[in-house]
Structure formats: C-alpha cells, structure tokens
Design a protein around this ligand. Structure first.
Ligand SMILES: [Zn+2]
Length: 326
C-alpha cells in the first residue's frame, strides 16, 4: 500500500522523500537558537514508523555516534516500507557542555512526557513527546553507562511488554536485560502508550566504543529487517545472554581501583574481580563476585569512594539463540 504524506513540525514529507527535521527548543544565553535536528526517511510503501534517538544524555557521545553512523551507512536510503525518524542528539544543551544533564542539573530522561512551560529538560522531553512521538510506532533509544561506568552492549526491555521482548530478541545484542521502566523516562511513556521500545546501553560517557557501535548498528538492521523495512541484515553469530536479575558489587573501602575482570565476562562466585589499594601500600582489598553471573557493567574509575558501584552483575540468566521468526 502506498504511504501517505507525513505532517511533522509543520513540514509535509511525501512518500519516497528524505527530509531534514529541525525542532526548536529554545535559546542559549548568547541568543542563539537551539534545535533538535534529525532526518526523516519516508519510504513509498506504508509501514511502521520507527524512532531512533541518541544523546538524550548529552555526554553519551557513543549513542550520538551510533545514530550518526547509521544515518551515514546508506541503509536508510533504501527503505522498503515505513518511516525512520533519526535524532542523533536529543539533549543538545548537554552535548554542547559535555554533560549528561541540562545546565540546571535536570535529566531529560527523567522529565518525560514533559511540559512546554517546564524546565529546559521538560521542554526538550515535551518537544519529543508532542511533536514526534504521536506518529511513532516503535522506538529504539541509545545510551552508554553513566559517569565512568562502562556498559557491555545490551538491550533493555520492559518485562511486561511482549512486543518489546520479541524485538529485543531480534535485535540480538550480546546481553538482553529485562528491566522495569524508570519513572518519567521515554521508555515509560512508550510502555503507557503500548508502543514497543528498546533501550540500548553500550560503552561509557564521553568515549567512543567501536564494539558497542558495531553491535548497535547490527541490531538496528536486524530490527528493521524483521519489520520488512530493509532487504537484509547481518546474522547473529553468538546467542544473547538474557538476564533477568542484576545486582551491584560496591567498594567496601575507598582507594585506587584496578579491575581484573570487565564487562561481558562470565565469573564464578568468589572469583577476584579487582583490587582496591591505598596509595601507601597499607590497603589491599580483593573485590569478589558475590554470585555466578555475567558482568553487565564495570567501573573504569581509577579512584573510588566507599560504596561506589564497581561491577553490575547479571545473575539468573539463560541463552537466547537468535531466531528471526520467534
Ligand atoms: Zn543515558
């Protein structure tokens, strides 16, 4: 069936057209206008509308690069059906200041659905939910670990949502986490509106991570192929580890931290994951695994405080073979 003309932010986008998107969100103190920019790829044939977002946390540059590279890959130039809306940098302010949050300390992904008269974070959230989200059927939002924490490439989906679970399986990230939604997150909005939504985590803030970028790109292609929007997708070479529960292993003392095991590794209970030492040679504490499991994320900080999260460990897991038809 022939696609219809889309009306987005006052623009008309015809079937077969790729259009630039500029969503006004406010002004910098300098007076310069700030926009969320992106592209809309609108195929000639009718199909699902997929939203791909990066940089909701402004310092998660890896997520920006994932979306940018995917836009640059040419894959979206040959859409068989449906529409892809790609927004590489949602939190433009945070991106400019190398910050997760807005200048007032507010987090966009804790501000959904947002308000056009609220805080800056709330206004950005509202721009996405009011101007873009109404026409979206499926979303994929890209992130990295916060601060110095590295996340192994993983998909997070809402346990209660069968359609998201199916897409998580199709995405085929190395790890798949079944997680509740965070209040006021975009994923919570999607769950309320019964729209399948995946959150990808990979790498750490302010750094690029080639492995995560590659895994994300392959996953997006598998999802779009599953939705019959593109011709082919790369196979999943290894089964995904489907993780049902996670815990944090924290620093029992402050000190210099050196990890011995990192994200992606399978570890046995009581295995040494790293050491905490003081600068004078008096302290030498082994950090041990409290259970068998897969490391989902680890802390790259060289100096840690007491109680800092060192390892995110996934226990209660199963292997998911990739199965396009499942
Ligand atoms: Zn994030």
């Amino acid at each position: 069936m022939e696609a219809e003309t889309i009306e987005l932010n006052g623009n008309k986008i015809e079937p077969g057209e790729t259009a630039d998107l500029k969503l006004y969100v406010g002004r910098l103190p300098s007076g310069d206008r700030i926009y969320i920019r992106g592209k809309v790829y609108h195929a000639r044939k009718k199909g699902p509308v997929v939203l791909i977002t990066g940089g909701i946390h402004g310092d998660e540059i890896n997520s920006v690069q994932i979306v940018r590279r995917f836009m640059d890959s040419g894959v979206l130039d040959n859409l068989q059906r449906g529409t892809v809306i790609a927004l590489p940098v949602v939190n433009v302010y945070g991106f400019i200041y190398f910050s997760r949050d807005l200048p007032d300390g507010k987090d966009v992904n804790r501000s959904f659905p947002g308000s056009s008269s609220g805080s800056l974070a709330s206004r950005i959230a509202s721009t996405v939910t009011k101007k873009i989200f109404p026409i979206v059927d499926i979303g994929m939002d890209f992130h990295t670990g916060g601060a110095s924490r590295y996340n192994y490439p993983q998909i997070r989906y809402s346990r209660s949502d069968k359609k998201s679970k199916e897409l998580a399986r199709v995405f085929g990230a190395p790890q798949i986490l079944s997680r509740g939604t965070i209040p006021k997150s975009l994923r919570r909005v999607a769950l309320k509106e019964n729209k399948p939504f995946l959150v990808f985590e990979g790498g750490e803030s302010l750094r690029l991570d080639g492995h995560s970028i590659a895994m994300a790109s392959r996953g997006i292609r598998r999802v779009l192929h599953h939705l019959e929007m593109i011709d082919n997708s790369p196979p999943c070479e290894e089964p995904s580890v489907h993780i049902l529960n996670t815990l944090w292993i924290r620093a029992s003392q402050a000190g210099l931290f050196t990890w011995a095991k990192c994200s992606g590794a399978f570890v046995k209970k009581k295995e040494v994951l790293g050491v905490i030492q003081d600068p004078h040679g008096d302290l030498n504490i082994k950090v041990l695994a409290s259970r068998d499991g897969y490391i989902v994320g680890h802390n790259n900080a060289a100096v840690v405080s007491q109680g800092d999260a060192l390892f995110h460990l996934g226990y209660s897991y199963e292997m998911w073979e990739y199965n396009e038809t499942s």
